[in-house]
Design a protein around this ligand. Sequence first.
Ligand code: ATP
Ligand code: MG
Ligand code: MG
Length: 321
Amino acid sequence: IVHWTPFFQTYKKQRYPWVQLAGHQGNFRAGPTPGTILKKLCPQEEACFRLLMNDILRPYVPEFKGVLDVNDTEESNVEGNEAGETLQKDSNSDNVTKRTIVSSYLQLQDLLGDFEHPCVMDCKVGVRTYLESELAKAKERPKLRKDMYEKMVQVDPSAPSAEERRVQGVTKPRYMVWRETISSTATLGFRVEGIKLAHGGSSKDFKTTRTREQVTEALRRFVEDYSHAVPKYIQRLKAIRTTLKASPFFASHEVVGSSLLFVHDAKNAGIWMIDFAKTLPLPQHLPRICHDAEWKVGNHEDGYLIGVNNLIDIFQDIWNS
Ligand code: ATP
Ligand code: MG
Ligand code: MG
């Protein structure tokens, strides 16, 4: 499944099924005020939004309206508690435990709020989607993983080396690096995570949409019958690129696993940067990165601008044909 409707949203007298193209279904809920949504709080992402509200990138990210604690009632027969949630009270009835837990959420602008029957696309930007620290951790005690070997063979039987075939296993760091090559992430600096068309439709799996031709076809289908959106997307991407190059936030952060969210309907089209859960300040010894240089282990380059440049080129190809 590529998209979910975790809740119905009401805004501007309309009621519509809210669309979620990635992430865990339980991470989102309707906001307390119209036109807002709540995303489970991650401290790293909160820190980014606080900086972004004072950065020139502000027009290109959802408005951040603060942190909200919400009481969730949860029925469960499992003891224990999830990380980050405070246990408030327990009441036992038979073997079901009802408990109220307080979860913190980021209150964000609902980017779908100004659209009618929107088409939505999530593109994850950058040449890798894991942090340098995650790779370093995977390298600490690299064990041979049979499960990862099998996932690899399922996608591409020719991917494992002769040695990996012999031992029927691959290490996690090897798997992480390989996984970015089955989509367009490693070569184009972005990949399509999910698409939802106006009336359902095309919630295809894009995990192995890899070549420029395949990606172009996916984007072409996304804007089919909405040709007005193409020049708007090109213009918006160029404005984002110009702003990124001048942004103090962008210069000083490694932006990994973040997406550009494309939204259009019959009249309008917009793009916003979302998902900063893996966007980290650069280490002290590295005051800035350029975001369009080749990534080598340790240089923290994320390839974000490579992705933006390729998105512009591909939408321009679509417009010219
Ligand atoms: P993952 O890390 O797996 O990508 P996540 O839990 O960090 O997921 P996000 O990537 O931030 O979540 O968002 C998941 C999806 O929710 C997006 O693809 C998009 O469809 C929707 N979404 C997120 N933020 C907004 C927003 N402000 N307005 C409208 N839709 C949003
Ligand atoms: Mg995401
Ligand atoms: Mg995320």
